[in-house]
Design a protein around this ligand. Structure first.
Ligand code: AMP
Ligand code: GLY
Length: 436
């Protein structure tokens, strides 16, 4: 089978690495990919994975490439091409592709759509309102004492959520988004949710239109600095599983979210093939969904795919075909930790083109995989090329062992102004307080 993976981050490197192990795969391309992806080979044929210089948002070029190479399955990593309708475009042209179509991708591309859906179908979520004008929005925020999350409706590069602790802050946030159009077209509508406190966890479920199969739990660390200080980032590290839900509790929470979600999808004729990734919080009054994403999380994918025992091609095939009910997902009992090594300054401005040293030494360590995110090959040298540079991922017999192994690999690698958190996974031991 010939496959094309779309995207260029750590998530896509993890997808390519896992897909390349499948005996079903004869050749693998990635658009646009990165320096780490380019070093992978398909296990069956030994062919190197080829990176092609097409942007993940250039839908016509991606389609033309898939047609030219006779790609048998295209796998979409990031949210943008899904929101732009890449799945619809490929399907219209008779090409198999994995991911939700444009209507289904609305779970991520419109927070208003998701909030209304959750309320209509009884999915546990925050008390919330949706607004297009500032007056009623401010009145609602005031009714919450100003303690709320103000969210731009559309995709805003992960920056469209403003957490407010007073009426003045909430009014400012509402003005910035609705009146000042801080996020352009994404700003036309907003959702205001009550501020929730508790442990924040990531869930993933693989879906095929009728069936949703739940993954184990994982937890991201979104703030840039230790102790959940500093600015919000795309994610500074993950671990899986978390100790906050027993298997039985996870099943219960999964059912409370997925059963009404599947019912709602059937009723609204939403044919969702892909990953549903709810971000949720374990509050004193039970689990509440904060948002839905319609793709794999990054860096959640890195810890999930190192623990996944199934052939990923078979899982994605079943997700496309609607035959997931016949497959049992199998997970390693080992724990996984991913520590993101970032460029100094991230998520603000940062330098690029810094040589990365020590990758070969880190690669020799057992149960360890260094996934590349923002890297490039320059005159034969791997250099930094983005904010999040590497996702150093390790398995261990328990979380402590996985943590130690991941940080041992981190210690082998360096580049100028490298920054990483030293407390990935620490919440599992020291618990609670507010989540990342
Ligand atoms: P979202 O993109 O909706 O997940 O929001 C980004 C981040 O903002 C989440 O990961 C949470 O840490 C935080 N957040 C979102 N909604 C709320 C809420 N209702 N209460 C408290 N924190 C929130
Ligand atoms: N882990 C954060 C995200 O993928 O959105």
């Amino acid at each position: 089978m010939k496959l094309l993976v779309i995207g260029s981050g750590g998530r896509e490197h993890a997808l390519v690495w896992k897909l390349a192990q499948s005996p079903h795969v004869t050749q693998l391309w990635c658009a646009p990919g990165n320096a780490g992806i380019q070093q992978e080979r398909t296990e069956k044929t030994g062919k190197p994975v080829e990176c092609v210089n097409i942007s993940a948002e250039d839908l016509p070029k991606l389609l033309a490439f898939a047609q030219e190479k006779k790609i048998e399955l295209t796998i979409v990593g990031p949210d943008n091409p899904l929101a732009l309708g890449i799945v619809d475009l490929f399907q219209k042209n008779g090409r198999r592709i994995w991911g939700p179509n444009q209507k289904a991708a609305q779970f991520e591309s419109s927070k208003v759509f998701s909030q209304n859906f959750m309320e209509k179908y009884g999915i546990p979520t925050a008390c919330a309102g949706t607004f297009t004008v500032a007056g009623p929005a401010k009145a609602f925020a005031a009714s919450l004492g100003g303690k709320c999350a103000v969210k731009a409706d559309g995709l805003a590069l992960g920056k469209g959520v403003l957490i407010c602790t007073s009426v003045a802050e909430a009014n400012k946030a509402i003005d910035e988004i609705l009146v000042g159009k801080a996020f352009g077209a994404a700003s036309a509508k907003i959702v205001i949710q009550e501020f929730l406190e508790g442990m924040e966890i990531s869930l993933h479920a693989l879906c095929d239109g009728k069936t949703a199969k739940l993954f184990p739990t994982s937890q991201d660390h979104k703030r840039a600095l230790d102790g959940d200080q500093g600015l919000n980032t795309g994610g500074m590290g993950t671990y899986s599983p978390t100790p906050f839900l027993s298997d039985a509790e996870l099943k219960k929470v999964g059912n409370a979210i997925l059963n009404p979600w599947l019912r709602g999808c059937a009723e609204e004729k939403i044919d969702f093939h892909g990953i549903l990734y709810p971000g949720f919080m374990l509050t004193k009054t039970g689990p509440k969904v904060l948002e839905f994403n319609a793709r794999f999380g990054d860096p959640e994918t890195q810890v999930y795919l190192t623990r996944l025992k199934n052939d990923l091609v078979e899982l994605l095939d079943a997700s496309v075909n609607g035959t997931l009910d016949k497959i049992e997902m199998k997970w390693s009992p080992m724990a996984a930790v991913c520590v993101v090594m970032a460029s100094g300054g991230y998520p603000g401005s940062y330098a690029k083109g810094k040589p990365i040293l020590g990758l070969a030494d880190a690669a020799k360590l057992p149960h360890t995989k260094v996934f590349h995110a923002g890297t490039a090959l320059q005159d034969g040298q791997i250099v930094t090329n983005g904010g999040r540079v590497l996702g150093v991922t390790a398995l261990g017999r328990d979380l402590k062992a996985a943590q130690a192994a991941a940080y041992a690999a981190v210690e082998k690698i360096c580049f100028e102004a490298v920054h990483f958190r030293r407390d990935i996974g620490a919440k599992a031991f020291y618990g609670v307080g507010t989540a990342a």
